[in-house]
Design a protein around this ligand. Structure first.
Ligand SMILES: NC(=O)c1ccc[n+]([C@@H]2O[C@H](COP(=O)([O-])OP(=O)(O)OC[C@H]3O[C@@H](n4cnc5c(N)ncnc54)[C@H](OP(=O)(O)O)[C@@H]3O)[C@@H](O)[C@H]2O)c1
Length: 414
């Protein structure tokens, strides 16, 4: 019998409680739930609740800790003590996992206990175990993912319903798709945490979130939307990791994609992950990336896996040094900037086109991942940055945006 100590009874915790009630075949029961707020009304038996983490961590009958809280630091403490006390852990906390992955791998080794976290990446989509179990023979060459439902919902509203970023964000908040503080989503930190977990499982590289390039969609304006539409393209926030000749390129960026792209038709709050392997060619997994029941479904799958003594088999054998990441890789990038200082923060390797209008200034060119990371640390933070697919898009054909001055393409600056 699995006796669960559950941390958190919010969106996912409640979903898990209810899903477990309908899954007697798992032979698992929740013995205790530890939450934070003593005054919050609860919709189930009050005797199940406690407010001191020791009530789970020191309970000898509890043989599985499931951590579903929204506090990354608190979650890491819980995970550490749970393993010390001989209890395997399931977590959905991508922020905690991404920030402490290396330590978590060591703790698992030290205590010889598993930590599973299928729910932490793309909610209900069974991506981590698929990578571990199915793709471990076929070499993965490229992963592309829409890993954040909030930003995908906003981008869908901007493109399909012609809403501004601000209106779409407010609507997402009203519908419960975006939190009151949406920074983690719209600034692309949340998909970066998830990419870190994918990177470890697919390519065996463990990196810190602060070392991974990301730009969010906060600076998106109607100009960028119109620019994309003129090219019959859309913009999606895509987390990517792929093999290059000098290591793995990994980053999260808005990207212009055409209708032939597998992620073009992933709309609203849906998530999707596209995997390319040496032999399988191209596969797409689509599903709900958030929500009580969809996320609980991934936790249930982890409980079942643990009941069969499962642990991620491939990850530990594969770990490679951080320098396996290729930040010298060149990306074709669109930068819409406001000032000369902002433009100068981007040290393009080669500029293909540059436009300078009253209300709209942009440059398209090649730039390394390293330079983009640097640009973001400087003035570049306030620019809208998006990757352009390598298949050339026609620059400025019939764009209706008023453009004052079209500069000729400039060859390499640096
Ligand atoms: N929501 C989703 O769809 C989704 C999808 C994938 C992954 N996740 C991840 O799952 C986790 C939970 O998300 P959620 O949306 O369910 O969060 P939530 O609705 O905000 O609920 C958080 C719960 O954690 C409890 N809590 C916070 N700090 C605590 C602490 N130090 N000790 C004990 N309990 C504590 C809260 O207690 P009170 O009830 O007393 O306030 C609450 O019950 C997060 O890591 C999130 O990133 C969520």
């Amino acid at each position: 019998m699995i006796q669960i100590g559950l941390f958190g009874y919010g969106c996912v915790g409640r979903g898990l409680y209810k899903a477990l009630q309908q899954t007697p075949q798992l032979n698992a029961t929740i013995k205790k739930i530890v939450v934070k707020n003593k005054l919050k009304p609860r919709d189930i038996n009050h005797e199940l609740f406690a407010y001191d983490k020791e009530e789970i961590l020191n309970d000898r009958e509890i043989n599985l800790v499931i951590e579903l809280i929204d506090d990354a630091d608190g979650a890491f403490k819980i995970l550490t003590v749970a393993l010390q006390n001989g209890k395997p852990v399931i977590s959905a906390n991508k922020k905690m996992l991404a920030n402490h992955l290396e330590e978590i791998l060591l703790l698992q080794k030290k205590y010889n206990l598993p930590v599973l976290y299928e729910a932490a990446v793309a909610g209900s989509i069974p991506i981590i175990r698929s990578i571990e179990e199915y793709y471990n023979i076929d070499t993965i060459t490229h992963i592309n993912g829409i890993l954040n439902g909030t930003t995908n919902y906003i981008l869908t509203q901007c493109f399909k319903e012609a809403k501004t970023f601000e209106t779409a964000l407010k609507e997402a908040q009203l519908k419960g798709f975006a939190e009151s503080n949406p920074t983690m989503d719209i600034e692309a930190f949340d998909p970066t945490f998830k990419l870190i977990l994918l990177l470890a499982h697919a390519f065996g590289v463990v990196v810190k979130p602060e070392d991974v390039l990301n730009f969010g969609i906060t600076q998106l304006t109607l100009f960028d939307i119109q620019f994309a539409k003129e090219k019959k393209q859309t913009i999606k926030l895509i987390a990517q990791a792929y093999q290059t000749d000098k290591g793995i390129a990994a980053y999260v960026l808005p990207k212009f994609i055409g209708e032939q792209h597998p992620l073009y038709n992933i709309h609203e709050e849906f998530n999707a992950v596209e995997i390319n392997g040496s032999f399988n060619d191209n596969q797409l997994l689509k599903g709900k990336g958030a929500g009580g029941f969809p996320t609980a479904a991934a936790v249930l799958a982890d409980i079942f896996a643990l009941s069969n003594q499962y642990r991620y088999p491939y990850l530990k054998q594969q770990l490679k040094p951080v320098n396996f990441i290729n930040n010298d890789h060149l990306l074709k990038i669109y930068v819409r900037y406001a000032t000369d200082e902002q433009f100068e923060a981007f040290h393009f390797h080669q500029i293909l086109a540059r436009y300078d209008g009253n209300a709209y200034r942009y440059a398209i060119g090649y730039i390394t991942i390293k330079q983009l990371i640097q640009a973001k640390l400087n003035q570049g933070k306030g620019a809208f940055v998006a990757e352009i697919e390598e298949t050339p898009i026609q620059i400025n054909s019939g764009v209706k945006i008023p453009i004052k001055n079209k500069l000729p393409a400039v060859e390499s600056i640096h």
